[in-house]
Write a protein that binds this ligand. Sequence first.
Ligand SMILES: Cc1cc2nc3c(=O)[nH]c(=O)nc-3n(C[C@H](O)[C@H](O)[C@H](O)COP(=O)(O)O)c2cc1C
Length: 173
Amino acid sequence: MNKRVLVAYSSKYGATTEIAERIGKVLREAGLRAEVVPAEEAGDPAAYDATVLGSAVYIGRWQKPAARFLKAHAEALAKQPVWLFSSGPTGEGDPMALTDGWRFPDGLQPVADQIGARDIALFHGALDEDNLNVLQKFMIKNVGAPSGDFRDWEAITAWAESIASALKDPAQA
Ligand SMILES: Cc1cc2nc3c(=O)[nH]c(=O)nc-3n(C[C@H](O)[C@H](O)[C@H](O)COP(=O)(O)O)c2cc1C
């Protein structure tokens, strides 16, 4: 029986939704039964064999639905393989260089440790200035984050492929 994988995410303007959808597509192409669901609509992860959870990052924090999901289901998640991702930095180059080494909110790290997350990835994000209010525009200008779509589909696809390989490897999953 092919494994069921939950891909849950939080997105404000849609960039992270598309990242989650790409991850789901790669997992399905690898023969896994992946369901891509907004974190606030996702059910109990115990119904799945594995979970991938990601969120857009705003001012160093995950969106509330993804953070809540992680904390609320920590016990169930600890019993299965889990992969986490943040989607945030805009600009060229290594995403961790753009965030000065940041990849995941400090406040959630103890939960990630508790559940034994297999990996925590940081992906480039996308910023459309037309979506932003004056304060948000000021904030991104202040941190020097350029607007535009910097999502690295190759990196996202490769990461999802590595998840599929792990789940299909009887020695690992
Ligand atoms: C006000 C504001 C604050 C942001 N803060 C961060 C941040 O702290 N770290 C980061 O990596 N990206 C930050 N970003 C970039 C977003 O995370 C990025 O645009 C993301 O891809 C948006 O995803 P979404 O379309 O799914 O909401 C910020 C963007 C805005 C508008």
